[in-house]
Design a protein. Structure first.
Length: 534
């Protein structure tokens, strides 16, 4: 039976319609093999995009695809080093198919799915961060799957191409090195455990298959001579190598002590590193070598980084550890700086905190003006505050520029839907606290003037002069950025410092715990404690 492509839709008599990407020609007739491939990828938009534009031609099959198969298998072999679960990519199956020549559409699809998962996870993380926690607003700038497959198919060196998509920044490498040191001879999270008992050469069954998978996940490959469920010579050798490195008797027998050591799971430090690696993969779509502002909430610090180095740093105060006040995570661009800002009190603060005080005493919070929707200041004597509720209070509250303004003398604006920004504050003593979570969500800066000067370095010829002229005017003044500067609000409880040493901070909002739980749900998984020895 032939497959006919009409207007980007695959049809054949007696078969259901399968959607694939539009092909160059308006009408083409395809072979049975190509029709099978079209049907196989129809429900995967990324794969359908690639194969549709590739004329439904396989790229992994036969001798022509051997180099790509080998490159993908080698890349997936590095899963443990990225803190990703090797079992997700079914490397053992790919090795077997590769050795047998891979000549069927089912085999093409096995490699294509593995490629899709591997590149998806490396270029943007395993998780969708916005589904992990409502305060994580981060958008992952992930490359399109079809585009990646097209580039891979055209690559002269598929090994180099796959190596090139992995995060390569120094911070990611430092986390990997720390993980390798911490996770020596520990299987990646999500790898199935080996049942208790004793296994030796000549045995067979599901327990043997699990032993093989677990050893492979730690880098002790044992490609079977026959069946994956047979305890054969290669498995004996692989187990012996593991036993030698683990300080056990290298007898090639999986007894109680060996199985207990095999099943040992990652500890708290290792989990912190796994979460940090996933979070950095969420940032893969951003150029972190370009000049940017980096606000790490758990460390209570903000910095300006450029070309892989920190050029400015300051302490900050962030949102309270309460659902309505937590500072969210996201990336936007710095657009302008406001000198001598007015403080437009958020409505939530106005109606929850100030309205009850005004109802008790109309002259309360006298440093704030009451303004109508048009921005006109309204005399408090004209308002009966007792007749209003939080739902129908028709006024706003605003503070003039002043020495005691809640925003201090400057605020830094990167417009976003959550109305989060950086700003000065008259409450300086809080910067001496080790745990600095006191705001309603915005970020207070300990060195606001120095931050302003540094942000303006690439924007104007005389940064301090321009800023101080605006400041001394006493008027609210906007200084627009000529070039947008990305602002990354991030949440790393575990992160390398400038020297590469791993620093750890408290999980103040409990978000890393939720990231870990999401990784478990997605298949990365937390392992049970090591089985007790009998």
């Amino acid at each position: 039976m032939a497959l006919i492509i009409q207007g980007g839709t695959a049809t054949a008599q007696g078969l259901e319609t399968a959607s694939v990407a539009a092909l160059p020609a308006p009408r083409l007739v395809f072979s049975e093999r190509e029709m099978q491939l079209a049907q196989a990828v129809a429900r995967n938009p990324g794969l359908a995009d690639f194969y549709g534009t590739n004329g439904l031609k396989p790229i992994f099959l036969d001798a022509e695809g051997a180099g790509r198969r080998d490159a993908l298998i080698k890349a997936i072999g590095q899963a443990a080093g990225h803190g990703l679960p090797a079992t997700r990519y079914d490397r053992t199956k790919l090795v077997r198919l590769h050795e047998h020549g891979a000549d069927t559409i089912d085999e093409e699809l096995a490699f294509a799915v593995a490629f899709f998962r591997w590149t998806h996870d490396l270029t943007g993380g395993l998780l969708d961060p916005q589904k992990v926690d409502p305060a994580i607003k981060r958008t992952v700038n992930r490359p399109r799957a079809g585009e990646m497959m097209r580039d891979f198919a055209k690559a002269a060196d598929p090994v180099a191409w796959l190596a090139g998509i992995a995060p390569s920044g120094k911070d990611y490498r430092s986390l990997q090195q720390a993980l390798a040191a911490t996770e020596r001879l520990i299987a990646p999270a999500g790898t199935p455990q080996v049942p208790r008992g004793t296994l030796k050469e000549g045995d067979s069954g599901e327990a043997v298959a699990l032993l093989r998978v677990r050893l492979e996940s730690m880098g002790f490959a044992a490609v079977p001579l026959g069946s994956e469920t047979e305890f054969d010579g290669p498995l004996t050798s692989a187990l012996g190598r593991f036993q030698t490195e683990a300080g056990l008797v290298a007898d090639g027998v999986a007894g109680p002590r060996t199985i207990s050591r095999l099943n040992q799971g990652p500890g708290p430090i290792a989990w912190d590193l796994l979460v940090a690696l996933e979070r950095l993969r969420w940032m893969q779509g951003y150029d972190l070598d370009a000049r940017h502002v980096w606000v790490n909430l758990p460390s209570f610090t903000a910095s300006i980084n450029e070309a892989g180095r920190e050029v400015f740093s300051t302490r900050v105060v962030i949102g309270k550890d309460e659902d309505t006040h937590e500072t969210p995570e996201f990336t936007e661009s710095m657009k302008y700086i406001v000198v001598n800002p007015r403080w437009n009190v958020p409505r939530s603060i106005t109606v929850k905190e100030y309205l009850p005080r005004l109802q008790a005493n109309r002259h309360a919070v006298g440093h704030l003006d009451v303004v109508d929707r048009a921005g006109n200041v309204i005399s408090r004597d004209r308002i009966d505050f007792r007749k209003y509720t939080a739902a129908n209070f028709p006024y706003r509250m605003r503070q003039k520029p002043s020495d005691d303004n809640a925003l201090g003398v400057v605020k830094f604006m990167f417009p976003n839907p959550w109305n989060i920004y950086l700003h000065d504050t008259p409450t300086k003593h809080l910067f001496n606290q080790s745990r600095r979570a006191y705001s309603h969500g915005c970020i207070r800066v300990a060195r606001p003037l120095d931050l302003a000067y540094e942000l303006l370095v690439d924007q104007v010829r005389h940064p301090e002069q321009v800023f101080n002229k605006a400041l001394n005017s006493g008027r609210e003044t906007y200084l627009n950025m000529r070039t947008d500067i990305p602002v990354h609000l991030v949440y790393f409880t575990t992160f390398p410092d400038a020297s590469g040493k791993i620093r750890r901070y408290a999980d103040i909002y409990g978000r890393d715990a939720r990231v870990r739980a999401a990784l478990v749900k997605a298949g990365v998984g937390s392992l049970d404690s090591a089985a007790s020895e009998n």
